[in-house]
Design a protein around this ligand. Structure first.
Ligand code: R1P
Ligand code: URA
Length: 315
């Protein structure tokens, strides 16, 4: 595969370097997940898919592309509206590749919603769904562990970035319709740069200094409910996305003029207060219920028109 343009590499066909998508292959409305198997399960909801399609395969009537870096893109329609599903793997870098490379090859406004899994720090139980209205980042402060005088704290907790409020509202409504009252929670998410140290897991093989991390998270934001590994980057990049790529210098307030609207929801796989973990059977039951609610939300929210975005930049 040969690439050109070291600043934003693309191959001769116009495929991006990591996600591997090119113009025309991705819808403006995207559901993103971590696990490719989850993407395949959810692709069963797309129009025209044969219900007898074997598990862990992509329905043959849908467009799909598996990149050499592990991203899986599936594009079709839901209730007649073009949508894509992109499985990205895990971690903040993968979310960064996904948002930037998908934004680069799609024209006009985009809506991106993540359906992930998480640990719960609140009373949200295994199998419940959380729809965080904002997220902050938890980063291991490597300087703290360096030789010499200790600096500040072992973990850095960022300020919060918000999800699109309309998407959050629509997600809560559709998740409640799908899963039932009492199983859908609102709150704040913390995205961590490790499944282990910066999520407060104890590991005697390493010095992690994270025994008090949960207390610190709750002091930072009393409404902290979930811990996972990507959502902050999605919310942050949506809020810093620009409406008119060629006119950066004209932007006055990036937070009022974004080309990406983002939302997120997550299934509780780990209950960190009681130490419970979800069963395979419960994942198989909840994933489709949550997935359908995300598709319903993805097609319900307004995309907004490109001309609206551009005119607000120009004025
Ligand atoms: C860790 O097990 C992974 O699960 C969560 C975390 O964010 C991390 O990616 O989400 P996904 O189930 O979407 O991968
Ligand atoms: N994903 C995470 O990142 N953390 C958990 O505890 C469970 C799922």
């Amino acid at each position: 595969m040969s690439m050109s343009n070291a600043n934003f590499p693309m191959d001769a066909e116009g495929r991006t370097y990591h996600v591997g998508v090119k113009r025309g292959e991705l819808a403006n409305r995207v559901l993103t997940v971590g696990d490719p198997a989850r993407a395949m399960v959810l692709s069963r909801f797309l129009d025209g898919v044969d219900p007898a399609t074997p598990a862990k395969t992509v329905p043959t009537n849908l467009f799909s592309y598996s990149s050499h870096r592990g991203f899986l893109t599936i594009t079709g329609r839901y209730k007649g509206v073009p949508v894509s599903i992109v499985a990205i793997g895990m971690g903040v870098s993968m979310m960064d590749f996904f948002v930037r490379e998908c934004r680069a090859i799609v024209d006009g406004p985009m809506v991106m919603i993540r359906l992930g899994s998480c640990g719960s720090l609140s009373d949200a139980a295994v199998g419940d769904i959380c729809v965080p209205s904002s997220s902050y980042l938890v980063q291991r402060n490597v300087d703290y562990f360096a030789p010499g005088d200790a600096v500040a704290k072992p973990y850095h907790l960022s300020r919060q970035f918000e999800a699109d409020p309309e998407i959050t509202k629509v997600l809560v409504k559709n998740m409640t319709a799908s899963l039932g009252e009492g199983h859908v929670w609102s709150g704040v998410n913390a995205t961590a740069d490790s499944f282990y140290s910066s999520q407060g897991r104890q590991d005697n093989n390493f010095v992690d200094k994270n025994e008090d991390l949960f207390d610190e998270l709750l002091a930072h934001e009393p409404n902290t409910q979930t811990l996972e590994m990507e959502t902050f980057v999605l919310y942050h990049l949506a809020k810093t996305s620009t409406a008119a790529p060629l006119k950066h210098s004209a932007l006055v307030n990036i937070h009022n003029n974004n080309s990406i609207r983002a939302g997120g929801c997550m299934m509780v796989f780990a209950q960190r207060k009681t130490n419970g973990f979800i069963t395979k059977e419960d994942v198989a039951r909840i994933e489709p219920l949550a997935g359908k609610a995300v598709f319903d939300s993805l097609v319900e929210v307004e995309l907004g028109s490109e001309s609206e975005l551009h005119s607000s930049v120009d004025s």
